[in-house]
Design a protein around this ligand. Structure first.
Ligand code: ATP
Length: 336
């Protein structure tokens, strides 16, 4: 393990910004399961804030509590200054949700869905159509506007889900795993929209189990595991807190991975992590001198390297260092 202070005081610059979300000691149980175990969180206005954690970490529960879809057992939370327990109506007026909550009519076209939702918000017929067209253009869906939603690809569907939650611009947008199950290209398309939204001033609380997503999008990241926050900071802070002297090696012969792992552990005295595909070994070396010694030990054992580098750890390695476990692998997810 590393010596990262789990609740880290890694940055305080955000302390002075007005808060969109403030959470203190939030806890929620479902029967015997502790879904959230006393979470503290401050999200400044206008930021993309990432909640990163594996399946079952409590991400959706946190969003449900903040969106007033469930009540906390203890602790408190405000969203745009409104208390989620004592003033849920005001909270609902300030937020929008997407993820599993979005409800689109599959048989209607994308445009018809948005027009219908805008009418529900009280827009006149012509204003509803204008808003729908504006959102379709912003989310690069104009070409598909007149096609039924059931013919949309997964990425188009997610973009329409997000557009549907933005008929009226919210103060805070909750995005619950917005790209789970999407292929990399569709994921990039959704990311582009999320970035553009943040630039327009909307605060975004984004949950994800994809490390790269948090890395790419979030200005700050809270890592949660089993209902607890185990670290918080910018991606860079989280990485540097566990050491920048990370040694990555790839072997010419993967049949010798076990042997190489044992040598690295022995020479560096740290736990070695294997990449998901098993082809790369990563370990905290601490200094280039220590890394050189470890590499020399591999070479003198006759283990040939196909690649090696020193650098920052990935967020994957951060999660491993914090919890002693890898993030769960992608489970494939649904195609839509
Ligand atoms: P995932 O990525 O799988 O959605 P998550 O981080 O969003 O995971 P939650 O859905 O918040 O996790 O679940 C946290 C824990 O609480 C899990 O063990 C889950 O089974 C449990 N849980 C969540 N909602 C309920 C519920 N309504 N009834 C019973 N248990 C629940």
């Amino acid at each position: 393990m590393n010596d990262l202070n789990p609740m880290g005081t890694m940055s305080s610059a955000h302390d002075t910004l007005p808060l969109a979300i403030s959470v203190r000691g939030l806890a929620k149980r479902y029967g015997d399961v502790t879904a959230l175990d006393g979470i503290d969180l401050d999200v400044p206005r206008g930021m993309i804030f990432g909640i990163l954690g594996p399946n079952g970490a409590g991400k959706t529960t946190l969003i449900r509590l903040l969106a007033t879809l469930a009540r906390p057992d203890s602790g408190s939370a405000t969203v745009m200054g409104h208390d989620v327990v004592s003033d849920p109506q005001a909270v609902r007026g300030a937020i929008a949700l997407t993820g599993q909550f979005a409800s689109l009519d599959e048989d209607l076209t994308g445009r018809e869905n948005l027009v219908m939702l805008a009418r529900l918000w009280g827009f006149s017929g012509s204003l509803a159509k204008a808003r729908a067209d504006e959102l379709l253009a912003a989310f690069e869906l104009s070409d598909a506007a007149r096609k039924q939603v059931k013919s949309y690809s997964g990425g188009m569907r997610r973009r329409l889900d997000i557009a549907a939650s933005l008929i009226v611009t919210p103060g805070v947008l909750f995005l619950d795993e917005p790209t789970t199950g999407l292929d990399p290209k569709a994921r990039q398309g959704v990311w582009k929209m999320i970035r553009a939204l943040a630039q327009s001033g909307v605060t975004i609380l984004l949950t994800t189990q994809y490390l790269e997503e948090a890395d790419q999008l979030a200005a700050r990241i809270a890592v949660i595991d089993r209902g607890r926050k185990i670290a918080e900071g910018t991606s860079r802070e989280l990485k540097s807190a566990i050491g920048s002297g990370f040694l990555h090696v790839a072997l010419a012969d993967n049949g010798r991975l076990d042997e190489a792992e044992a040598i690295l552990e022995r020479t560096l005295g740290a736990t070695v992590q294997r990449s998901a595909e098993g082809a790369q070994l990563s370990v905290v070396a601490g200094s280039t001198r220590a890394a050189n010694e470890a590499l020399a030990a591999l070479i003198s054992a006759g283990i040939e390297l196909s690649d090696f580098s020193m650098g920052s750890p990935s967020l994957d390695e951060v999660f491993f260092a914090l919890t002693g476990q890898p993030m769960e692998e992608e489970t494939g997810g649904e195609a839509s």
